[in-house]
Design a protein around this ligand. Structure first.
Ligand SMILES: [Zn+2]
Length: 312
């Protein structure tokens, strides 16, 4: 979840007022075509994996809408699923394995969190996320039983990192961004090496901490969803200073496909509602261009790395 009003709230509003999806930006029926993009090479068959798609509880047509878009874009969504929708999404993932990988959206502070985690596991879920709005820092001992279980399962844990939106201004809320700083992921990744730890939003605005934690920990990655690629749109080249160690073998650890580019520590994540996915993809491509990210690394970021971790 990002600092601004979520685009998925637009979808929810559209669903609530029975406006067809395509009335809200119309990306599904748009001119998007993967193989028209030179940045993605000549092949139109490279599957995109999106780490950051929230299940939209307000859209009764969400699964069909997602599948329609996913077919058009050759996309697989890691679908972050609230507990009450777990069976529905497990069924959809079985029906559309090319397009849906199920992730359990839990609250780390829920009293029955371990039971929820076990239920998600029994249904074939592949990880948890987006973990966010925690009452304590991610490394608090009370969260360790969840990490231990996830480590046994060899799961992906997907954490919000960095600044978080304020959901209410007239009621007190027990929320603080510092509890979700990117550097907390370091300890979790080191203590639980069978986990893959992915941070959403690259620690916005602490990109350096996020990148450095990813550099020394082969089981840590980040997405660049949220406001960052908009905020930085006129200065995307600055990411070359943050992901600086390309080709510097002695300053990095093992990477997917032994890719020497520092940028291979990024994965694609949209977090913008279904209608926002093509736009975020274009933002990633602008980053690739500004930072001279090799085509082979682009493919890892857009899908190769997650496909390998998830054994798709
Ligand atoms: Zn988030």
């Amino acid at each position: 979840m990002d600092t601004r009003i979520s685009r998925r709230n637009l979808l929810r509003a559209a669903a609530a007022s029975a406006i067809p999806l395509k009335a809200v930006g119309n990306p599904v029926a748009g001119t998007f075509a993967l193989d028209e993009e030179p940045a993605n090479s000549a092949s139109g068959n490279d599957r995109i994996l999106d780490m950051h798609v929230h299940f939209d509880e307000k859209n009764p047509n969400f699964i069909p809408d997602l599948v329609t878009l996913a077919e058009r874009m050759n996309l697989t969504a890691c679908l972050l699923t609230p507990y009450p929708h777990r069976a529905e999404v497990a069924d959809a993932a079985k029906k559309y394995p090319q397009h849906i990988v199920p992730f359990g959206f839990i609250e780390l502070d829920a009293p029955d969190v371990l039971a929820q985690v076990k239920d998600f596991h029994a249904l074939g879920y592949r990880g948890l996320g987006e973990l966010e709005f925690v009452k304590k820092p991610y490394t608090d001992p009370s969260y360790v039983p969840v990490y231990e279980l996830a480590n046994q399962y060899g799961w992906i844990l997907f954490f919000h990192t960095g600044i978080v939106l304020r959901r209410t201004v007239d009621q007190p809320e027990d929320v603080a961004s510092y509890r979700m700083r990117a550097f907390h992921l370091e300890e979790i990744a080191r203590r639980f090496p069978k986990l893959t730890v992915i941070g959403a939003h690259c620690g916005n605005p602490e990109y350096e901490w996020a990148a450095e934690v990813a550099r020394w920990n082969p089981n840590v990655f980040f997405d660049l969803s949220g406001s960052t690629l908009t905020k930085m749109s006129a200065r995307l080249g600055e990411f070359k200073n943050i992901f600086w160690w390309s080709g510097q073998g002695e300053w990095k650890t093992e990477t997917p496909a032994n890719d020497p580019s520092a940028f291979v520590k990024l994965v694609f994540g949209s977090d913008s509602g279904l209608e926002g996915i093509p736009r975020v993809l274009e933002q990633y491509r602008a980053l690739f261009k500004a930072c001279d990210v090799p085509v082979s690394t682009q493919k890892m970021i857009l899908g190769g790395t997650l496909a390998s971790i998830l054994r798709l």
